[in-house]
Design a protein around this ligand. Structure first.
Ligand code: SAM
Ligand code: SF4
Length: 473
């Protein structure tokens, strides 16, 4: 066991300019409606926005302008991304942790949580249970602990890819784990991961210090530069995020943009995805005290998602299904591209029916709908659930960027692949009711496609799926 990487932050500086962010937020107060419209148009013309422009949208808080921002986000989603929503599930591998993040149930000094790391056979049982639900795409989640070093992450990813139950298989594994050193990231990359996700939690240094009370994660700069090291190791599919509720959402949203610009400037590639989880209650944790000042209302949450959609039009936006159906469907319309479904966030809780599972959970889930129910609701709301992992397996990293940047990409690849993987799901896993709703949605999608060679090809492949072929892309 080689343990945790040695932290070395010599020469590192923060690329989040706090003062500049506050200045932009101050300078752009009470914006002119025409200026707001000009910024929305810039985004619809497929340009990433600058900090001054994002700050202007943040300050455009009259009901009329907020509605124009929402409509801008909807229009961008319609023009670029279509109706597809990619589904994934989190898989918690172990909740042992040496850090003391005040908001997290897994923190080292939380005596109420039951510690658990999946044994190899338990990991296999979890993956089988996820495959039985129909999942093809996972995000594996780890506490920060010497046990979960780069080699361990690599080995567990490999184990997951090897599990095949019935027609099930996991085709893409993403990672949410502590930042590694460059060699560690190289090791993890060699297991064939998709995205490596690290959330900064809060970009506000003072708040960061207050809530990270001990352990390697309390080093702001080591974490902030984590994705730079991942890039240096050759992982260019990166996920950034902020945990909302710790500090002012306006600042955090601006900081996510600065992080994006930093990656663009330094590596010529922005983040693949942006996440914006809101703080959830956690066992043994006083979340209310933590969010007293900065809890994010549903309305502001919608605003920040729409603003992020406009500001960084090329990234995937990830929403967890803990949000209410109504809010979620609205935000899907703004361009959220991925959601989790049927999630269970206790270690071992997909395969074990443990009434005390919540004691091994990082936080408490408000939404316990099954994947089947979520899929049915998505269809009823006019979305096409997708389990596509085609780009990743064709060696095309940064699929959201390609969807955005290459004219016709979504029509050529994403929509047909969404339909094919969804049809697989419907044939193999759906309940009768979901099957009916799903087939109706596929019909609607086909009707909207003009007659073409591509459509004939899709119809032909759909027939192959009905006859038992799988994984066509
Ligand atoms: N240990 C690694 C780390 O901290 O980066 C990865 C796993 S950690 C469990 C994954 C993410 O969970 C954290 O980055 C944080 O944003 C989120 N999280 C922690 N506590 C939470 C809570 N109470 N509600 C919602 N999300 C939370
Ligand atoms: Fe550990 Fe991550 Fe939870 Fe912090 S957020 S206590 S590092 S699992």
């Amino acid at each position: 066991m080689s343990g945790l990487p040695k932290i070395d932050t010599e020469g590192l500086k923060s690329f989040i300019p706090d003062d500049e962010i506050f200045q932009w937020l101050e300078k752009t107060k009470h914006p002119d409606a025409e200026r707001v419209r000009e910024i929305i148009r810039k985004s619809l013309d497929k340009n990433r926005l600058d900090p001054e422009e994002m700050a202007t949208l943040i300050n455009a808080d009259s009901p009329e302008l907020v509605e124009e921002i929402f409509e801008g986000a909807r229009e961008l989603k319609r023009r670029i991304y279509g109706n597809r929503i990619v589904l994934f599930a989190p898989l918690y591998v172990g909740n042992e942790c040496v850090n003391r993040c005040a908001y997290c149930g897994f923190r080292a000094d939380n005596t109420e949580v039951h510690r658990k790391t999946l044994l190899s056979e338990e990991l296999v049982a979890e993956v089988e249970a996820l495959e039985d639900l129909g999942h093809k795409r996972l995000i594996m989640v780890y506490g920060e602990h010497p046990k979960y070093d780069a080699q361990y992450i690599h080995d567990t990813v490999k184990e997951v890819y090897a599990v095949k139950k019935g027609p099930g298989e996991i085709r893409r594994v993403n990672i949410n784990a502590a930042p590694l050193d460059v060699d560690g990231f190289k090791t993890v990359k060699s297991a064939g991961i998709g995205t490596y996700q690290i959330f900064q939690e809060t970009y506000h240094r003072e708040t960061y210090k207050q809530v990270h009370k001990g352990g390697p994660k309390s080093d702001f700069l080591w974490r902030l530069h984590g994705l730079d090291r991942a890039m240096e190791a050759g992982i260019d599919d990166l996920g950034i995020g902020a945990l909302l509720g710790l500090y002012d959402w306006r600042f955090e949203t601006m900081a996510l943009l600065y992080h994006t610009i930093h990656l663009e400037k330094k590596f010529n590639v922005g983040p693949h995805t942006i996440s914006f989880p809101r703080l959830e209650p956690a066992i043994g944790t006083d979340i209310e005290a933590l969010t007293k000042k900065h809890a994010v209302s549903d309305f502001d949450f919608k605003r920040l998602v729409a603003i992020l959609r406009l500001a960084v039009p090329y990234t995937g936006l990830i929403l967890t299904c803990r949000e209410s159906t109504e809010l979620r469907n609205e935000m899907l319309g703004f361009g959220v591209s991925q959601i989790d479904g049927g999630s269970s966030i206790g270690v071992g809780s997909y395969s074990q029916k443990d009434p005390e599972a919540f004691k091994k959970s990082q936080f408490l889930l408000g939404d316990n709908r099954s994947l089947d129910e979520i899929i049915r609701e998505l269809c009823e709301a006019g979305f096409v659930p997708s389990f596509c992992t085609g780009c990743y397996r064709k060696g095309r990293t940064g699929e959201h960027f390609m969807e955005f940047a290459i004219p016709g990409f979504v029509k050529r690849f994403c929509t047909p692949n969404a339909v094919l993987t969804f049809l697989e799901y419907l044939n193999d896993y759906a309940s009768g009711e979901t099957l009916a709703a799903g087939l109706k949605q596929i019909d609607r999608e086909l009707e909207a496609m003009p007659e073409s060679k591509a459509k004939d090809e899709l119809l032909n492949r759909m027939q192959q799926v009905r006859e038992g072929a799988r994984d066509l892309y």
